[in-house]
Structures are given as structure tokens and as C-alpha cells.
Design a binder for this molecule. Structure first.
Ligand SMILES: Nc1ncnc2c1ncn2[C@@H]1O[C@H](COP(=O)(O)OP(=O)(O)OP(=O)(O)O)[C@@H](O)[C@H]1O
Length: 634
């Protein structure tokens, strides 16, 4: 079908761009730069080796310096072990099977460590991750084939708009005291759907709470295992924990982003380790390692009979490992059978342990941030799919402008909301924002349908405070500065901290340090964020509250909330340029992070050329929330 051909082409463009930028970063970069970008660990020490599944050798390594640098090594991603003697020749590729702290395990495609690993310093480089792209391409290919079929193609036809979803209207109504009215409507829609239901969850509306209750109700209704996926590990972690807290038997496939005892206990590795048959595996592995050690006593340059001895011992070790594989397969199957819910990332749905499984229902959370090709991996395993997310917030990041422009930035969630409005339920009640903070976003993005729950509708930092301010810098001469591709506005940044300092001083009269409100300082521009971070170091009053203040880009705050949010709009020029401020979904995210106070600082002259900002300024003015930076009393 052309639909999938087009997606395949767009994905190819994206992969090429992704690879090119990766290669640029690695090929030309020095060791120091690669290390700083989190692409290299060097030097490392080998801590342990163990024969793994098949003909793989699992090597545990530790980085011995630069331990505080963040890095991009994630389980499932390809990496290469190299020696500093000749990094081009002395290298062996593998896949990361585990990562924690300053250690990781890589499964190498060899059955013993190469000779060169014994002398010279060793390092690990990250390789470009083709695997995820391959999985997505395969899913798209399969989708194109299946879409031609009647029975198996049904869900695909619905999701691509050639058929309509159907609903069972005869079910008894589901009710729950834990859910509000629209949340219950959503669960009823999910239960009634034969093929597709969509939960549209604007900021703070309890999308996760709703999904958890829906999943429990689905388990009761279907008595079948459910697959729950999301694009990011962080989102999968959250869902896994919440399901576990509700007493569901959850199996978390893949490695959690956050290390917590509870999350780790839900992983396949942990459940396998705790399985009653694991003792047998340990015994066999020990035996295999003993044979391997004996084999190593015969060096390669020994005579013929020693070589044969050596081979026989290796064969024996390999045979035992085959038994290990069989026992492991049995354990995996047993653990899989017991799970009521399996959680994974979109690509993780094809993890080796579960790639053969099919489900009646698949739930995709954060679907507004999911690349469509990745969604097809889990969808092809299902008869019914639940999409949850908010297409009015940020879409997934796409590296290739061309692919984005040609449609890769259009998510499946967005398409399905348009195609099948009858499958959509909007969660209407939000538990985060004062109603004045919520109002503009609700008007522009949610057809004025959002309501603030009584517990938050009027909440303030203190009685006389204002929940919303637009502070206009027009005429102050706070001009933006262009530096390459990024924009800064140093005077606006300095002004922001004067404003925040005054607020913090006022708050001092109402709050002890321990319960001081949380504060986010946000800008759409990376360079401006950096500047704001530097300036924060020099704002004396704010030093007492450093642990309550976070400064970052809008994108990094998606999904989070703070009591107070400051937005530095940054752009101020006479050429009427507002660049990517024109992506209003990004602004929707920024403006809806605040619980009790939102302060937007910007130049009305520059911003007003876009109706979205002109209307926001009018909205603020009409509600007594307009302030001129001129009038700001120092
Ligand atoms: N029916 C409800 N009654 C009372 N509080 C609720 C209800 N639903 C959600 N909440 C509260 O709203 C907050 C957000 O809920 P939840 O964690 O489910 O959010 P979310 O939907 O995942 O977040 P976001 O809306 O930002 O995506 C939580 O503090 C939760 O306790």
C-alpha cells in the first residue's frame, strides 16, 4: 500500500540524516569530544566475562575515569570494544545487554576475549543504532502486506482510514470512585471499543490514572495478557510502577531508565534470577566456565593433539551452554505466561524475549510523542489498540527537516483523532493549574472544554498574589543577539532574575525553606537557557533556594510541573522574526507546566505578529495580568 511505502521512504531519509549527524560527531571528533558527548568510555577495565546465549561472550566493563560524565550507552544498542593500539583493527562489535552506574555488560560476537585485549588500554565506542530503524522498516513492510488481507488487515485499515472502528454498545457501564466523569467515559470507551479507542489527555488531566484503571478493567473483561508501550523508557517506567502498585503482575521488558528496587524487580532479568529453576542454570554455567578455563590452558601455538583437546573442551562448554539456553527458554516462557501486563518501549515490543507474542489489546501511551513507524511494531501484534496522549503538545523530535516536512512529524495519534472522532474521549478536568493559567491553553487547543478541579482552580502562592503575568519588555531595548543558529537575550535574562528575586523575597515571608515553592525557568532557546543557568549562579537571594529552581528548555519539561514557571521568550527584533516560537504546541507545553504562577516575559512588539501571541497578550490584559517591564519597581 502506498501509505506504508511513503512512511518507509520518510523513515529512510530520517535514518540517513541521523546516521550522517552521528558520523559527523564521531568520525571527526577527538577522544575528548566523543567522551564529552557521551559516545565513548575510555579507559575501561574488564571486570568479568561470562559465556552468554548462543556464541556470545558477555563482558562486564567499568570506566575508570571521567565517571561523572553523562553518556548515551543504553541496553539494546550496539557498541564496539577497541584497543588504543590500533582502534581500527583491534576491535570487536557487540550489543549492550545491561548498563548501570559506571559499568556495563556487552555481548560480544566471539567466544573468547581477543589477544589484544590483554595489552594496551581499552575503550568502548557507541555505534550507530541501525537496529531500531530495521525493526521499524520491517514493521512497515509487514503492515503493507497484512493490509491487503481481510481478517488480519482490519485494524490496519481502520488506522489508515479505510474502515470505521466499531463499538460494543451493550456493555454494562463501568464506574469507579477513583475517576472523575470524563475519565470514566474514557474507560467505558476503551472497554466498548472493538478495535480503537483514543484517550486525549491535556496537561494535568490524569491520563495515567485513567489508563491504569482502564487496564485493570480490560484484564477483568478479556482475561488476556495486555501489552502496554510508550516511546520513552521514562514513560514505561512510570506505567510499570503504577500498575504494580495497583496489584497487577507486570513484566518490564528492557532496562528501566531510572534505577529503583521496585522497577528492577519487575524486569525479566530479575524475575528469571528469582525463578526456582535458576539454580540449575547457575550450576550449568559454572560447569561450562570450568571447561572453558581448562581449554584456555592450551595455547594456540601448541601441537595438534593439544589443539584437539582444546577444541573438545570448547565443544563441551558449548554443549552445556545449549542446555542453559533451553532451561532459560523454559524460565522465560514461565515468567511470560504469568504476566498480566507486559510493558516495553515501542521498539522494545520486538525484544527477543517477546517478539513472537500476540495480544488482544495493546495500549500505546504518550502516543503524541511517538514516531508513527515505531507504533506499527506493537500494533501489528494486536487486534485492538488504545492510543493515549495529547497531539496538542510536542510531537516527536525528527532530525531530518525534509522527512518532517513531508509528514513524518504527523503522528498516528493526530491522524486517528481526525479520522475517527467517535473513538476519542477528551479528559476534561485538570488537577494542576489555577484556572487563569489554564484558560488560554484551553481556549486555543481544547475548544474551551477544560475545567480546573476545585482543589486547584483558585490556588495561589499567597493571598494577594497574581497567578498569571505577561511582562512586556517592548521599548526597554532588550535586543536579542544572534550567535550562529541560536538566539540569546542577555538583558531579558538579567531582568527575569530581578523579577524572580523580588518574588522570592516576598515568598520568604510565607514559606520555610523546606516547603518553598518549586520554580522552573524556561526558554525555547538552548543558548538562552545556558545564559540563564550562568546568571542564576550570580543571583544572591536565590542561592538559598537553588535546589528548588530548575532552568531548562521547554522540551525537557514536557510531562512535568512546577509551582512557579518563568518563560523567557528571548526574541526581540525589528525584523519581525520569531523563528520556532511559531510552533505553538511548544508554547502550549511551556504555558501549562505552572501550578500557581506563570510569568511570561517577552517583547509584545515582536511576539504580536503571530495571532497566537497577540491573543495571549489580550487574554492577559483582559484579566489584569499585563505588566510593563518599564513599570517594574526594583
Ligand atoms: N479522578 C481524580 N481525582 C483526584 N485526583 C486526580 C484524579 N485523576 C488524576 N488526579 C490527580 O492529577 C494528577 C495527575 O494525574 P496523573 O499522574 O494520572 O497525570 P498524567 O495524566 O499522567 O499527567 P499529565 O496529565 O501531565 O500527562 C495526580 O496528582 C493525580 O492524583
Amino acid at each position: 500500500m502506498d501509505y506504508f511505502k511513503k512512511l518507509q521512504e520518510l523513515l529512510k531519509i530520517e535514518q540517513e540524516e541521523d546516521r550522517a549527524s552521528y558520523q559527523q560527531l564521531t568520525a571527526t571528533a577527538s577522544l575528548n569530544v566523543r567522551r564529552a558527548n557521551g559516545l565513548t568510555w575510555y579507559p575501561i577495565a574488564i571486570k568479568d566475562t561470562e559465556l552468554g546465549r548462543g556464541d556470545y561472550l558477555t563482558v562486564e566493563v567499568e570506566r575508570t575515569t571521567h565517571q561523572d560524565l553523562s553518556h548515551q550507552f543504553r541496553p539494546g544498542v550496539s557498541a564496539v570494544l577497541f584497543s588504543n593500539h590500533d582502534a581500527k583493527k583491534d576491535r570487536v562489535e557487540g550489543t549492550i545487554s545491561w548498563q548501570g552506574g559506571n559499568r556495563m555488560k556487552i555481548a560480544l560476537r566471539t567466544d573468547e576475549l581477543p589477544e589484544w585485549s590483554r595489552d594496551g588500554k581499552l575503550g568502548i565506542d557507541l555505534l550507530f543504532d541501525d537496529n531500531s530503524y530495521d525493526e521499524m522498516q520491517n514493521a512497515l513492510k509487514l503492515a503493507a502486506t497484512l493490509s491487503e488481507k481481510n481478517e488480519e488487515g482490519r485494524l490496519i485499515k481502520i488506522l489508515t482510514g479505510q474502515q470505521k472502528p466499531t463499538f460494543n454498545t451493550e456493555l454494562p457501564a463501568f464506574t469507579s470512585p477513583k475517576l472523575n466523569a470524563s475519565q470514566q467515559v474514557a474507560v467505558n470507551k476503551i472497554l466498548a471499543a472493538n478495535d480503537l479507542a483514543i484517550v486525549h489527555g491535556p496537561p494535568g488531566t490524569g491520563k495515567t490514572t485513567t489508563l491504569i484503571q482502564a487496564i485493570k478493567a480490560l484484564i477483568k473483561q478479556e482475561h488476556k495478557q495486555i501489552l502496554v508501550v510508550a516511546p520513552s523508557n521514562a514513560a514505561v517506567d512510570l506505567l510499570s510502577e503504577r500498575l504494580f502498585e495497583e496489584g497487577v503482575n507486570v513484566l518490564r521488558i528492557g532496562n528501566p531508565a531510572r534505577v529503583s528496587e521496585r522497577l528492577l524487580s519487575l524486569t525479566l532479568e530479575n524475575k528469571m534470577a528469582e525463578h526456582s529453576s535458576n539454580k540449575e542454570i547457575k550450576r550449568l554455567k559454572k560447569q561450562a566456565n570450568e571447561f572453558r578455563d581448562m581449554a584456555h590452558k592450551y595455547k594456540r601455538n601448541f601441537g595438534k593433539s593439544e589443539r584437539e583437546q582444546r577444541k573438545a573442551l570448547f565443544d563441551e562448554a558449548r554443549n552445556i551452554m545449549k542446555q542453559v539456553d533451553k532451561t532459560e527458554e523454559y524460565i522465560i516462557e514461565d515468567v511470560l505466561n504469568k504476566a498480566q501486563v507486559i510493558t516495553a518501549t515501542l521498539v522494545g515490543a520486538n525484544n527477543y524475549a517477546i517478539r513472537h507474542l500476540k495480544y488482544h489489546t495493546v495500549v500505546i501511551d504518550e502516543a503524541g510523542q511517538a514516531l508513527e513507524p515505531a507504533c506499527w511494531i506493537p500494533i501489528l501484534k494486536a487486534q485492538k489498540v488504545i492510543l493515549a496522549g495529547d497531539h496538542c503538545q510536542l510531537p516527536p523530535t525528527i532530525k531530518s527537516n525534509e522527512a518532517a516536512r513531508k509528514g513524518l512529524n504527523n503522528t498516528l495519534l493526530e491522524k486517528c483523532v481526525t479520522l475517527h472522532p467517535e473513538a476519542v474521549v477528551l479528559l476534561e478536568e485538570q488537577y494542576r493549574m489555577h484556572e487563569l493559567i489554564m484558560g488560554y491553553s484551553s481556549n486555543i487547543f481544547y475548544q474551551d472544554q477544560l475545567k480546573a478541579h476545585a482543589s486547584v482552580a483558585q490556588h495561589l502562592l499567597f493571598t494577594e498574589d497574581t497567578p498569571l503575568s505577561f511582562v512586556d519588555t517592548a521599548g526597554c531595548g532588550f535586543d536579542e543577539k544572534q550567535d550562529g543558529t541560536s538566539t540569546t537575550n542577555p538583558e531579558e535574562a538579567a531582568f527575569l532574575f530581578r523579577h524572580l528575586t523580588q518574588l522570592a523575597t516576598a515568598l520568604g515571608a510565607h514559606y520555610q525553606a523546606a516547603n518553598f515553592p518549586t520554580i522552573a525557568v524556561i526558554s525555547p532557546y538552548k543558548q538562552q537557557v545556558q545564559l540563564l543557568q550562568e546568571l542564576l549562579q550570580h543571583a544572591p537571594v536565590l542561592q538559598n533556594h537553588r535546589n528548588k529552581i530548575s532552568v531548562n528548555t521547554i522540551d525537557s519539561f514536557q510531562g512535568q510541573e512546577r509551582d512557579i514557571v518563568y518563560i523567557s521568550m528571548t526574541r526581540s527584533n525589528t525584523d519581525n522574526k520569531i523563528g520556532f516560537l511559531s510552533d505553538i504546541r511548544r508554547m502550549n507545553v511551556a504555558m501549562t507546566r505552572a501550578r500557581k504562577k506563570l510569568v511570561v516575559i517577552g517583547d509584545s512588539g515582536t511576539l504580536s505578529q503571530l495571532p497566537f501571541y497577540a491573543d495571549f497578550i489580550t487574554y492577559a490584559t483582559d484579566r489584569n495580568s499585563y505588566q510593563s517591564a518599564w513599570e517594574f519597581a526594583e
